[in-house]
Design a protein around this ligand. Sequence first.
Ligand SMILES: *Cc1c(COP(=O)(O)O)cnc(C)c1O
Length: 232
Amino acid sequence: MDSLEENVKRVIDRVGRAAEESGRSPEDVLLVAASKMNGADRVVRAREAGITAFGENRVQEMEEKLSAGAYDGARLHFIGHLQRNKVKNVVGRVELIESVDSPELISMIGRRACESGITQSVLIEVNIGGEESKSGVEPGKLSELLELAGKTEGILVKGLMAIPPASVEISQTRHYFDQMYKLFVDMRAKKYDNIIMQFLSMGMSADFEEAIRSGANIVRVGTAIFGARHYS
Ligand SMILES: *Cc1c(COP(=O)(O)O)cnc(C)c1O
């Protein structure tokens, strides 16, 4: 049985409870439904069941669903690896690009946003596990990147995002979440020019409650809402 609507209700409920357990209210945590590989029809169903924000990984897939009006009335984030030649397709079409991790991307996004006469909000993705194969800036280079972003016209950094290494041990994952929260608080204390440390995006289907307890205020949840993805 396809229980998309039930899943939505259950995940919203779990997010709300984890927020309350950490002394916040449910509205303080934004649930972003990671809808990759789910078509416009399923995005619409999730929206009608109560999802208010979606996150997409692939530009072409996002454009198809945008054309179909799938996200109408909901918020849209780009959460995947952004190729330079796709920057123009994303800037100005999403509220937040969560996955910015290099000086090149910062200047390209800034330039494109200026051409369009807008300011693009972004998060800086941090490679908290120091994994060779993963996107994200090394924690040691974060300050430098924030300073650069703060000087770049057309772009506004609103926080940090991370995908910790896949781990079977929740205690290990928790350790990375806590490290991210510490980094978030440290960067906020530094009060960089033109940087707002408002959002900390971490936590997926397997661990979003842990992430919220560690201080996340955006979680990106796919499988627990849409079911397993079938890669062919
Ligand atoms: C797919 C994806 C998610 C959601 O993953 P699930 O484990 O299915 O919840 C979150 N963040 C990013 C960047 C993703 O690509």
